[in-house]
Design a protein around this ligand. Structure first.
Ligand SMILES: *Cc1c(COP(=O)(O)O)cnc(C)c1O
Length: 404
């Protein structure tokens, strides 16, 4: 078997792990795809913000930079991790709320040409629950039809089979939250456009672990989390990307004063603000977004291509370890690295039973029904040795469970 310590020694990003706050008692943190770890710099930044910004600048802080943070951090995220030129990314509400706003706005933008109405929204049956629930409720609200990709990974063929002249918008995750399957984002975006529809990508599991070229791929919209691989902290707000060419017509349904053209003039009648400001609604969650800046700086320092290279090496190692140590578990994640995100999912009927014992031991993956353990591998903070320790603990607990 491959030597984990040797992989760590050869890893150019290995030194960056020391920038994260230690977690006493945690021997293998394998859930960075669900909640990333804090950087020491983020803890210091948040504390400084509380003491020096909030406490002493008080209301003046809004004019001294807070109001610009959603677009400033958004631009930085776009540059460092999304392949997005400035002016197209903003930090806003939760992923759920931003998805709602962007899907509703996309429906208003749907091309009106042709005789048949564009009255269908396409989504994958296995997409994350919030995405599915939103699409179903928006369809009910607007009298539209949901067209499901019923089974299997989201491949260009499966998408092509359900999009057509009635498709208004297609909503898909770049990386499947359960299996870790990585969709062919540029190919699918292209075929959705060929059908005359708009494309919204959910980047919750891809932002911060692999390079994106949203501008070059012609993606219309994207939304994603900042508390997963971007280590923004629990409840850190999500981001939205709207392609520059669509912004002037973009109208989202939660018209609030801070998304308006002149918030402080308190005028009658809502007029949408300039550029990405119109995606916002109310007072931005500043306290919850400041910490995100340190991970963006770290990704910039490491380079997103190096982050992806380590992510591939980690998932490769996870699969090799599972093949060796967990022969009865079934790999739910693609073996082809080009189609794989940064987590590896294994299924075994006894996984649910052993989860509490793993957590007690300080080995922290997560569990997804019916029988999947997800090993979330966050390239900036996860080591190869930590991963091996985690997989060995799973093997030991499985053996103990079988003997009981
Ligand atoms: C994590 C995740 C979400 C979470 O949405 P919140 O509004 O932040 O709770 C949504 N979609 C996908 C695909 C996710 O992975």
């Amino acid at each position: 078997m491959i030597d984990s310590a040797a992989l760590d020694r050869a890893d150019p990003l290995t030194g960056l792990r020391e920038r994260f706050v230690p977690a006493p008692g945690v021997t293998a943190y394998l859930d960075g795809n669900s909640l990333g770890r804090p950087l020491t710099a983020s803890v210091e930044r948040v504390e400084t913000f509380l003491r020096e910004q909030w406490a002493t600048r008080l209301i003046r802080g809004w004019d001294e930079g807070w109001l610009d943070l959603p677009v400033r951090i958004g631009d930085e995220l776009g540059r460092v991790a999304l392949g997005a030129a400035s002016g197209q990314t903003v930090i806003g509400d939760s992923t759920t709320v931003l998805l709602y706003k962007v899907i509703r706005a996309a429906l208003e933008l749907r091309p009106a040409e042709g005789r048949a109405p564009r009255d269908e929204i396409v989504i994958d049956r296995d997409d994350f629950p919030t995405d599915r629930y939103l699409v179903e409720s928006i369809a009910a609200e607007r009298g539209l039809t949901v067209r499901w990709i019923e089974e299997g990974d989201v491949t260009p063929d499966r998408v092509a089979a359900v999009v057509g002249p009635r498709t208004a918008v297609v909503v898909l995750s770049a990386i499947a939250y359960r299996s870790g399957f990585l969709a062919d984002v540029p190919a699918i975006t292209g075929l959705v456009h060929d059908a005359g529809a708009l494309m919204l990508w959910d980047l919750c599991h891809s932002a911060g672990v692999l390079p994106h070229s949203l501008d070059a791929w012609g993606v219309d919209f994207a939304v994603g989390c900042s508390y997963k691989y971007l280590n923004g902290g629990p409840g850190a707000p999500a981001f939205a990307y709207v392609r520059a060419g669509l912004q002037s017509e973009f109208r989202q349904p939660i018209a609030g004063w801070l998304g308006s053209a002149t918030p402080f003039e308190m005028v009658q009648g809502y007029r949408p603000g300039p550029g990405m400001r119109r995606v916002l609604s109310g007072t931005p969650p500043i306290l919850a977004m400041v910490g995100l800046q340190d991970t963006l700086a770290l990704i910039d320092e490491a380079g997103i291509d190096a982050v992806r290279a380590k992510s591939v090496a980690l998932t490769e190692h996870a699969i090799a370890l599972a093949d060796d140590l967990l022969p009865d578990a079934v790999l739910a994640t693609p073996r082809d690295a080009a189609r794989r995100g940064s987590h590896v999912t294994l299924d075994h009927p006894a996984f649910e039973a052993i989860m509490p014992r793993l957590w007690d031991r300080g080995v922290i993956p997560d569990f997804r029904r019916p029988s999947g353990i997800r090993l979330g591998l966050s390239p900036l903070s996860t080591s190869f040795a930590e991963l091996e320790l985690g997989v060995r603990a799973i093997a030991e607990e499985l053996a103990r469970e079988a003997a009981a």
